[in-house]
Design a protein around this ligand. Structure first.
Ligand SMILES: *[C@@H]1O[C@H](CO)[C@@H](O)[C@H](O)[C@H]1NC(C)=O
Ligand SMILES: *[C@@H]1O[C@H](CO)[C@@H](O)[C@H](O)[C@H]1NC(C)=O
Length: 536
């Protein structure tokens, strides 16, 4: 890369920051792959629980620096439990000299956003006259100082909001997507961050798409791009996006990526509610969850079964709570993420944008942070996301024989032991004292420490640990979502499902098992997740 010499303070400052922070990172970098898992140098699994943070729009500066100090933003990322950021950038920031040489101030002046400059000066005074690349590096370094890993994400070529089929940035050969310029940008980025231990991966290109997209070119260019990055920086994981806005890696079922190096390739997939139009609103949520999860498996999830690592690098919801399509999807994808125990990156961190699609200071309803970047936008959403930040199994994480925990996506909580004397079950944090079960061939849910079975006692009544020969202790996963946990009481033959009661886990008549599109099943969605961590 070619940083401009326009800032004298910049390079000195950066080298101090790099030095101060790059040696005390928690995760042992560099990272590798081990089958479907990402592991550190000692072979222990590192689960990427990332949040996206854009730096690829017109201003080419990580969003939010006019709202809060960088240190406060990175600290919030850490306290929300994310261990990693997918930090985006545009190719032309590296390859177009007239852009690469701009300072932050100049970039804002050119965009006509002069009013934001004093705000950046207020919150992040050292940034105003930094060259844009140095500013990017300073963000990476500060994340490192908070033990936060970074995936450098080549999001687009020409700086701006992404992505559409016709924006000229979609596929190799498009107006702004010359493969040779792309290699050059990747190599510059890889070289620039060689030796930065918190930079654990580079994602080659976000959301390939558009009329030009085809599988042959995907293999040709992605393999060359992967070699280019690895040639320049052997430490980073190389992350490959699929076709159709990164919704589709299905073509890997019949053809393999062929590169000269090993244990570094990761595949990324995106999954939003709107990836399927209005399907979540129009259908019965169980059926939609079942069919779309199945289709995501066919397009991407199958890689895990083939021992290839999958990174769900964008998913997210409108956090204002008013988008029914998003609300219904969230429980389903959280169950998927917990069940597969995959690495992921939530869309998104930013509470607002300097400029997006012509709108100055635009709010981001999908952002974890509020519009002023000062707090968490929605604690309820955060609680749900936190449930899937931890690893459940994998090398160095699996310490016992596998057992089951029961995850309740709509609260983000897991089933715990309730009253010791009444033997009831309750809800608690998924990183706390979860109850461990075996789901047996007789379809009982047995406590692994007492050999007692979860038993239904009646509609509206608490479930209890009881003798396994008792009635109501055989449980089936019914409904297309696979998340209704149901039992039939002898006698009247009532079918009941696990549900949320005032004091913990109860059974109620199963709901929304038919085709009704207006029915909300979520209180009865319980996902049986395999874990092998040390039992708390
Ligand atoms: C570099 O960026 C400037 C400003 O956006 C643009 O006018 C110019 O055409 C670009 N040059 C190349 C070679 O893409
Ligand atoms: C947070 O999200 C939930 C849905 O997950 C919604 O019900 C609630 O209204 C949201 N709260 C705020 C403050 O937006």
């Amino acid at each position: 890369m070619r940083p401009s010499s326009s800032s004298i303070v910049g390079p000195l400052l950066i080298s101090v920051i790099l030095h101060a922070t790059f040696h005390n990172l928690a995760a042992a970098s560099p990272l590798f792959t081990d089958g479907r898992w990402i592991v550190d140098a000692s072979g222990t699994r590192v689960k990427l629980a990332c949040v996206n943070w854009p730096s690829h729009l017109e201003l080419m500066l990580a969003e939010g620096l006019s709202k809060q100090p960088l240190a406060s933003i990175t600290w919030k990322i850490y306290t929300m439990g994310f261990n990693c950021v997918r930090l985006t950038y545009p190719t032309f920031l590296l390859t177009n000299e007239s852009l690469a040489s701009l300072t932050v101030r100049q970039s804002f002046e050119i965009a006509g956003l002069d009013a934001a400059i004093p705000l950046i000066a207020l919150h992040n005074p050292t940034f105003v006259d930094l060259n844009l690349l140095h500013a990017y590096k300073a963000v990476v370094a500060k994340l490192g100082a908070n033990n936060i890993m970074v995936i450098l994400d080549n999001h687009i070529s020409k700086p701006g909001w992404c992505c559409s089929n016709s924006d000229g940035n979609g596929f190799f050969g498009d107006t702004y997507f010359d493969p040779n310029v792309w290699y050059q940008g990747l190599i510059q980025m890889a070289t620039m961050f060689k030796g930065a231990p918190n930079v654990v991966g580079m994602s080659l290109r976000n959301e390939l798409r558009g009329p030009r997209q085809n599988v042959d070119d995907w293999f040709t260019y992605m393999q060359k791009g992967a070699e280019a990055v690895h040639g320049a920086n052997q430490d980073v994981l190389v992350v490959l996006s699929g076709l159709s806005f990164d919704n589709d890696l299905g073509f890997l079922a019949s053809r393999h990526v062929d590169v000269s190096f090993q244990r570094k390739l990761v595949f990324e997939v995106h999954w939003y509610a709107f990836s399927n139009g209005d399907a979540w609103v129009e259908g019965n949520p169980n059926k939609v969850c079942g069919s779309i999860s199945g289709s995501v498996n066919t397009r991407a999830g199958f890689l895990l079964d083939r021992q290839l690592p999958l990174f769900v690098s964008e998913y997210g919801v409108d956090q204002r709570g008013g988008n029914l399509n998003d609300n219904r999807y969230l429980g389903c994808i959280l169950a998927f993420l917990a069940d597969k125990d995959v690495d992921w990156a939530l869309w998104t961190l930013q509470g607002s944008y300097y400029l997006r699609e012509g709108v100055v200071d635009k709010d981001e309803a999908y952002g974890m942070l509020t519009y002023d970047w000062a707090g968490v936008r929605n604690q309820t959403v955060l609680q749900k996301v936190r449930a899937v930040q931890q690893p459940f199994r994998g090398p160095g994480v699996s310490k016992t024989a596998p057992y089951i925990i029961i995850f309740h996506p709509s609260t983000g909580l897991c089933v715990t032991l309730g009253s010791l004397t009444l033997h009831t079950l309750d809800f608690g944090p998924c990183d706390g004292n979860m109850q461990a079960f075996h789901y047996t061939q007789q379809r009982t849910l047995t406590s692994i420490d007492s050999s007692l079975c979860v038993s239904a006692t009646g509609a509206g009544d608490p479930v209890k640990f009881d003798s396994c020969s008792d009635s109501g202790s055989s449980w089936n996963l019914v409904s297309d979502s696979g998340m209704h946990v149901s039992t039939t009481l002898p006698g009247d033959g009532t079918t009941l499902c696990l549900d949320v009661g005032p004091n913990g886990v109860v059974t109620n008549p199963c709901k929304c098992l038919g085709d009704d599109a207006n029915c909300d099943p979520e209180s009865q969605w319980f996902k049986l997740v395999t874990s092998a961590k040390t039992i708390p």
